[in-house]
Design a protein around this ligand. Structure first.
Ligand SMILES: [Zn+2]
Length: 136
């Protein structure tokens, strides 16, 4: 592919500066994400792209909610993702990150530690600890 064409490819919203197709797009298309961080990034991208099904599909069955948003619930506009730390220990993994977004009430910053677990070769989201969730 020529450089010229590459400039027109969508950049992945996860902040990797890679084309979406070569980054989180692969996991969104159905390939299993290989690591907790890869899954976490692709789940963030799914929120950006309003792909609720992917977020739910990658949620461990025992903690999965019924739905992400109520039909008339306003959704934030997601602006950026920063991964501060990620670790894998055996079948467990966690990712510490900051996501920034905007709602009708203003810009907000969400800092979270998400836990993941590998089961049958597939990484799934388990739970999260919200460290801060603030406007400004
Ligand atoms: Zn990505």
């Amino acid at each position: 592919m020529s450089k010229k064409n590459k400039a027109f490819e969508a950049v992945c919203p996860c902040g990797s500066r890679q084309p979406l197709e070569a980054c989180c797009g692969r996991w969104l298309a159905g390939e299993p994400a290989p690591t907790a961080q890869a899954l976490m990034r692709s789940r963030y991208v799914a929120y950006v792209l309003k792909n609720d099904q992917y977020v739910l599909d990658t949620w461990a069955a025992e903690t999965r909610p019924h739905t992400l948003f109520e039909p008339d619930e306003p959704r934030p506009k997601w602006l950026s993702l920063t991964v501060l730390e990620s670790r894998e220990e055996g079948d467990e993994g966690f990712v510490h990150f900051i996501a920034r977004g905007r709602t009708s009430q203003g810009a907000f910053k969400l800092e979270e530690k998400s836990q993941f677990r590998r089961e049958n070769g597939t990484v799934g989201f388990m739970s999260k600890v919200t460290l801060s969730d603030a406007f400004g």
